[in-house]
Write a protein that binds this ligand. Sequence first.
Ligand code: BEZ
Ligand code: FE
Length: 285
Amino acid sequence: MSTEPRTVPSAITAAATEQRITAEVIDRIAPSTDPRLRRIVTSLITHLHGFVRDVELTESEWFAAIQFLTRTGQKCSDERQEFILLSDVLGISMLVDAVNHRQPSGATETTVFGPFYTGEQPLLPHGASILKRPEPAPTLRVSGHVRAADGKPLAGALVEVWQVDANGLYDVQDAAIPKGHLRASFRTREDGGFAFLTIAPVTYAIPTDGPVGELLRGLGRHAMRPAHIHFMISAPGYERLVTHIFVAGDKYLQGDAVFGVKNSLVAAFDRDHVEFDFGLKPLAA
Ligand code: BEZ
Ligand code: FE
């Protein structure tokens, strides 16, 4: 065996690496790779390498990013999804939503799912309260209809709702709130109607005690979301609708921390009642 020191081929200089590494990484993808995975990874590498070249990322910036992503993962638990929150504040969640839900006329617009859905709740009867403890706030009746985009009423659709408590926290964020408070499921009646009792939703801040909070502060951004009630509506033969209704007049409608507001989802809330009808998009044949 030769004891000569191994020489690096002359073509592999720093300048050559900078030029050709993107193509080399992409070329390593095996021919047998799933075509969708190939497309996604090829585009991801192209954009990430382009980003590094564009900003001439320093080594300390690269390491700060590694540490930021590490802290983001460490903040995740069964009840906290800091990566979804990161995606939300960067507008990625709403962009994914937009490219996946180009709604036809008659179908309600979609918005961000958010990290606080905790699974399907027990069904409550039409008109029931979704409170698990009394609240000092006045009662709000929420009612409406679920229809197909063509206007046909949808009986038996599953209407799931969730919202924050009057203190601006979800049950999973505050041990003093009973689990399942301000969450429920309903089935629409023959005419597609649903109704429940709750309290008025409030403007609240998304969690800022983790890396996403650091990022918002670093960018001089606030963490507020305009008051809203979450809805997820499912019916056989239709795309599941994930959306909110927002309270007209909220001062954060123009600056939602997660970019979720759409004009068509803003509803006039009376002191004790709001009515909102939903349209579902048929599944592609
Ligand atoms: C929410 O509305 O529950 C929510 C959405 C995105 C990020 C944080 C919270
Ligand atoms: Fe919310």
